[in-house]
Design a protein around this ligand. Structure first.
Ligand SMILES: Nc1ncnc2c1ncn2[C@@H]1O[C@H](COP(=O)(O)OP(=O)(O)OP(=O)(O)O)[C@@H](O)[C@H]1O
Ligand SMILES: [Mg+2]
Length: 267
């Protein structure tokens, strides 16, 4: 266990910092190297539609009472990540349909309201991606092409506002575990982080207990949030999931989704 932790720490320390090559097609403007703001501005802009977001329970685009629980979550996550120097947050759950994508999108758009921050949302649920349908986006290329090095992040990610980038899928991948385990994928993630310098990278991952995909990818992550569906998730599933995730990364906590608080119930 200690050995595993030491190996994980070493892998994190040796991640590329600051000197990653720029994504193709965006390294220079006429007149010299471009700055970070320009690099972000060069990402293709994308307008989200509020009524569509609401349909998918994505409510954090503007401050409002429905956004408050996610805003609290955002702030707690951000503070803990900053304290520890962590940048990469995995969102997973024991079983499907727990609210991972809902939580990921709400966190990303909530972070976008903090104008001094930059956030990147990556849809790594490669068997059953859904961020693009939550955001009603139609990316020209799929995130799988970015991870395998065929397409630059600069040419694939879409930008919401000035400070949120989303790398989404437009198809299911045939062999997601291989892609998520690959060293090349780890190098691409390092490169995106060092080029775009996000404060937070959110990875919408598959459920932990249904296949090996999340297990394969967690080595690239600093910390994880577990989304528990109050009306579906069994305690044993949560326990197994928490133990497995904790073997590979830092568990920030669990989000209890869809908990029905009765109005006559004492807190
Ligand atoms: N608190 C909630 N109350 C009611 N419905 C919810 C709640 N949270 C999410 N949902 C709905 O439950 C469904 C599953 O949510 P979501 O797609 O976020 O889960 P997921 O864990 O990402 O699922 P998957 O494992 O398929 O990727 C969606 O239709 C979503 O709108
Ligand atoms: Mg999902």
């Amino acid at each position: 266990m200690e050995k595993l932790q030491a190996a994980l720490n070493k892998a994190r320390e040796t991640r590329t910092t600051g000197d990653a090559r720029m994504p193709s097609g965006s390294s220079k403007k006429a007149g010299g190297p471009i700055g970070l703001d320009d690099l972000w501005q060069e990402l293709e802009p994308f307008e989200v539609q509020d009524d569509h977001l609401e349909m998918h329970r994505v409510v954090t685009r503007a401050a409002n009472p429905a956004a408050t629980p996610f805003d609290i979550l955002r702030t707690k996550v951000l503070l803990q990540m900053r304290q520890n120097g962590w940048k990469r947050l995995a969102i997973t759950s024991p079983m499907p349909q727990s609210g991972k994508t809902t939580t990921s999108c709400n966190l990303a758009l909530g972070l976008g309201r903090q104008k001094d921050l930059r956030a990147i949302l990556l849809d790594l649920d490669l068997r059953d991606p859904s961020v693009s349908s939550f955001l009603r986006a139609d990316p020209k290329h799929s995130i799988g092409d970015v991870l395998s090095g065929k397409v630059a992040f600069a040419d694939q990610a879409l930008r919401i506002g000035d400070n949120v980038a989303c790398s989404m899928a437009n198809r299911q991948e045939k062999d997601p575990t291989q892609l998520l385990l690959a060293e090349e994928t780890a190098a691409v993630i390092d490169q995106i982080e060092s080029s775009y310098q996000p404060d937070v990278m959110i990875f919408d991952l598959p459920s932990m207990l249904v296949n090996d995909d999340t297990r394969a990818f967690l080595k690239n992550i600093d910390c994880a949030l577990l989304v528990i569906r109050a009306d579906y998730t069994k305690y044993g599933q949560f326990d197994n999931c928490e133990r497995e995730v904790a073997e590979q990364t830092n568990v920030l906590g669990a989000v209890l989704n869809a908990y029905a608080h009765k109005s006559d119930q004492k807190d």
